[in-house]
Design a protein around this ligand. Sequence first.
Ligand code: PLP
Length: 395
Amino acid sequence: MSQWQELEHKYFMHTVERTPVTLVRGQRARVWDEDGRQYLDFVGGWGVNSLGHCHPVVAEAVAEQAHTLIQTSNQFYTIPQIRLAELLVQNSCLDKVFFSNSGVEANEGAVKLARRYGKRYLDGAYEVITAMDSFHGRTLAMVAASGQTKFQQPYVPLPAGFINVEHNNIEAIKAVTTNQTCAVMLEPVQGEGGVNLPSNNYLPAVRAWCDQNGILFILDEIQTGIGRTGTLFAYEQYGIEPDIMTLAKGLASGVPIGAVLAKDRASVFTPGEHGSTFGGNPLACAAGYATLKYVIDQDIAGNAKRVGQYLTKGLERLKQKFQFITDVRGRGLLVAVEFSSDIAGAALTACLDRGLLVNRVKPNALRFMPSLIIGKDEVDEALGILDEALTSIKE
Ligand SMILES: Cc1ncc(COP(=O)(O)O)c(C=O)c1O
């Protein structure tokens, strides 16, 4: 263990099992540790570094903004947040934006907005239906929203108003919808839950059900948005439009930011009903604008689609070779491989030893969410390392 890692053990709350490497520098899809060793990064800051590490357009936008204006509070108008809001609205089906600092805050904002809508138009309805195996963040309310016992159990009793139902099952949603329901909230593709794809008719059926009952459909695109799944937003691939959408992760390529977007009719906050000190500050929004403009102008979502298909094909070849790979699934550059037993930790270590960083999303599954600007050569390199790593486990 290095000196830094010993200090971490001394000073940090133990909330995460860190991979034993201390990263000091990054460029594009590569990072370097404190000993100068290089790694190909297929974790991407947990699906955040959409343009890779320290992309010049982001670094320059941040540096310029840091020399100009960093924080003012939302008591005043500032130009970077207005430019970013305009770009988001012009390139999505939503009309209005609120900026936060993280994904979970964006989801809190979305649920508050839905409750506000419920108070105004649905006789005080406040319940939000969510899915099992979902992940919406770590505040108490979003732990209640996230349908995973391991996140909920340590904190019961949880805030009321969330009902978790079986994922990918429209009948389960119908069964719990009452006159207390104000919204359904789903991830288009469940990320943290193991990269779980919906069946093609699920999201359209939820959309129709929400319309039929006059309730809101919230899509959490925190992990799937900003090109990750091969289109700018994942909803585009399912032929539906949400009433509210949340973003974070890839929006500023590493600088903390979150956003709640809503259709005009669902945009019901009035002054004083929601807010944030840092949310939408000029620094984060300059990074967000630079990232999103580049993603749109350079068709980075198209690259994620092409390179993602190439990665998936390569992983399917490995599935032919290694019988203990039971599934390969994903969209764009959000992909998982599942194993027949709990070997994901061993596979992660074997990859790390060979210079590839991956994420163990479940004891029996690895998740890949590299930068969206990677090419086929980097995928070939990663597949080569994974092949060697899995061979070493098999032996
Ligand atoms: C779909 C989804 N929603 C919400 C969150 C929470 O975002 P944050 O960690 O920025 O609060 C995450 C984080 O992994 C996520 O994947």
